[in-house]
Write a protein that binds this ligand. Structure first.
Ligand SMILES: [Mg+2]
Length: 360
C-alpha cells in the first residue's frame, strides 16, 4: 500500500457573505435585492445575487446603486454579526480537519487529506450541508489536489456550487481559463499578458519560464508552475495551539510492534484528554500521524459523532493503524516512528446550540 499522501484541499468561499448573514438573520429578506453598504457617501460592500442581476456590483457607490435599483434594500454593515458567522463557519470546518487556513472573513481552506471516515468529496459535501443547516448561508466549494485548483474551482461557478478537480487533471482544468484566474495576475498584469498574446492559462503553460520572465518579471517562475497546475503551498493553520492539543514522540529504535505503538498512542490520548478536561474544553476531531523510518508519513483523522472530553471516546481512532502498517516489502514497518496525536477541541459547541435555538 502506498503510504505517501494524496493531498485533498477544500476551498470554501461564502456567497455574498455579508448579505448572506443578514438574510440568515431575517428570512423575510430572502429572494430580495439586498445590499450591505454605507448610506451617505458610502459604497456597496456586498450585494445579493438578486441585486447583482439588476446591475448592482461591489464596490459601487450606494447612491448610484439606489438610482439603478430604487427598491434595493440597503443595510448598514454589522461586522460583529459577520465575524460571529465567520467563526461559526470555520468551527464547522474544524469538525472535519484540524488543518484549517482562514484566508479572510468569508473564505479559507481545509486539508481533508487525513479524513478516513469519508472520501474528501463526501466530507466536503457534508461540510457544505452543515454550514447550510446551521448557519443558513450558502458557500461555494472547490476540491482539488492543491490550494490553487481548489480556490479557482470554488469561484468558477458561484453561487452555491461544488466543483471537484480530479487528481492529475490540474493542468487540463486550468488550461481554458483566462489568465486573470492565476493568483497574482491583477488587472494590470492581465493587460500585459494580453498585449503579449497570452489570453488563456494554456498559453502561459506553453511559454518558457525565460520568455515569461520578460513579461511577468520575478513572478514568472511561480506563475509558470501555477499555469501547469503545480502548487506546493501548504495549508497554514493559524493559532494551531489555540485550536488543538497535540503530542508527538520519536522512538529511539525502530519498531514493528503494533501493540507497543498502540499503547503509546493511548498514553498520548490519556495525557491530552486530561489537559482538555482541565481546560474545560471538548474535542471533536482526532488525528493520528505516523512517520516511518524513510520519512514517509501517513495521517488519519476522524470526526467524532459528539464532542467529548473522555479519552475512552478517542481510543478507537487508532484502529486504522492496521491498514497503514504494511510496507512495500509486506512487513510491518513503523520504523523510527514519530507519532502525533492531535486532538482538536470543539470550539463554540455551546454557542452553536444557542444559535440553533434562536431559530436564525
Ligand atoms: Mg465570498
Amino acid at each position: 500500500m502506498k503510504r505517501s499522501e494524496q493531498r485533498a484541499a477544500v476551498h470554501l468561499d461564502a456567497d455574498a457573505f455579508f448579505v448572506g448573514c443578514e438574510v440568515a438573520s431575517e428570512p423575510r429578506l430572502r429572494g430580495k435585492a439586498v445590499a450591505v453598504g454605507g448610506m451617505k457617501r458610502g459604497i456597496i460592500a456586498s450585494a445579493s445575487y438578486e441585486a447583482r442581476r439588476l446591475g448592482i456590483y461591489t464596490p459601487m457607490p450606494t447612491a448610484r446603486a439606489l438610482k439603478i435599483c430604487p427598491h434595493l434594500i440597503v443595510l448598514p454593515g454589522d461586522y460583529e454579526k459577520y465575524e460571529h458567522f465567520s467563526r461559526m463557519m470555520f468551527s464547522l470546518v474544524h469538525d472535519y480537519t484540524p488543518h484549517v487556513e482562514v484566508g479572510s472573513i468569508d473564505e479559507g481552506y481545509g486539508d481533508l487529506s487525513g479524513v478516513t471516515k469519508w472520501s474528501p468529496r463526501t466530507a466536503a459535501e457534508r461540510l457544505r450541508q452543515n454550514i447550510r443547516d446551521h448557519l443558513r448561508i450558502s458557500v461555494s466549494q472547490g476540491l482539488g489536489a492543491n490550494k490553487l485548483v481548489a480556490s479557482v474551482a470554488s469561484k468558477l461557478r458561484k453561487p452555491d456550487n461544488f466543483l471537484e478537480v480530479p487528481a492529475g487533471m490540474e493542468r487540463e482544468f486550468l488550461a481554458p481559463l483566462e489568465v486573470k484566474w492565476l493568483p497574482g495576475v491583477g488587472a494590470k498584469m492581465e493587460r500585459v499578458f494580453q498585449a503579449a498574446g497570452l489570453h488563456h492559462i494554456a498559453q502561459v503553460a506553453e511559454t518558457t519560464p525565460e520568455s515569461l520572465e520578460l513579461i511577468a518579471g520575478s513572478a514568472a517562475g511561480q506563475l509558470h508552475d501555477f499555469a501547469l497546475g503545480i502548487d506546493e503551498r501548504p495549508i497554514v493553520t493559524e493559532r494551531a495551539d489555540a485550536q488543538s492539543y497535540g503530542k508527538q514522540e520519536t522512538f529511539d529504535e525502530d519498531t514493528t510492534d503494533e501493540d507497543f505503538v498502540r499503547r503509546i498512542l493511548r498514553g498520548m490520548a490519556d495525557h491530552l484528554m486530561a489537559k482538555v478536561r482541565a481546560d474545560g474544553k471538548t474535542i471533536r476531531c482526532v488525528e493520528v500521524r505516523l512517520r516511518y523510518n524513510d520519512m514517509e508519513q501517513s495521517r488519519r483523522s476522524e470526526s467524532l459523532d459528539e464532542p467529548t472530553d473522555l479519552e475512552t471516546d478517542v481510543y478507537g481512532v487508532d484502529r486504522p493503524l492496521g491498514e497503514t502498517r504494511v510496507g512495500p516489502t509486506g512487513q510491518s514497518a513503523f520504523g523510527r516512528t514519530k507519532t502525533i496525536a492531535r486532538l482538536q477541541r470543539q470550539r463554540m459547541a455551546s454557542s452553536r446550540t444557542r444559535f440553533a435555538g434562536n431559530g436564525i
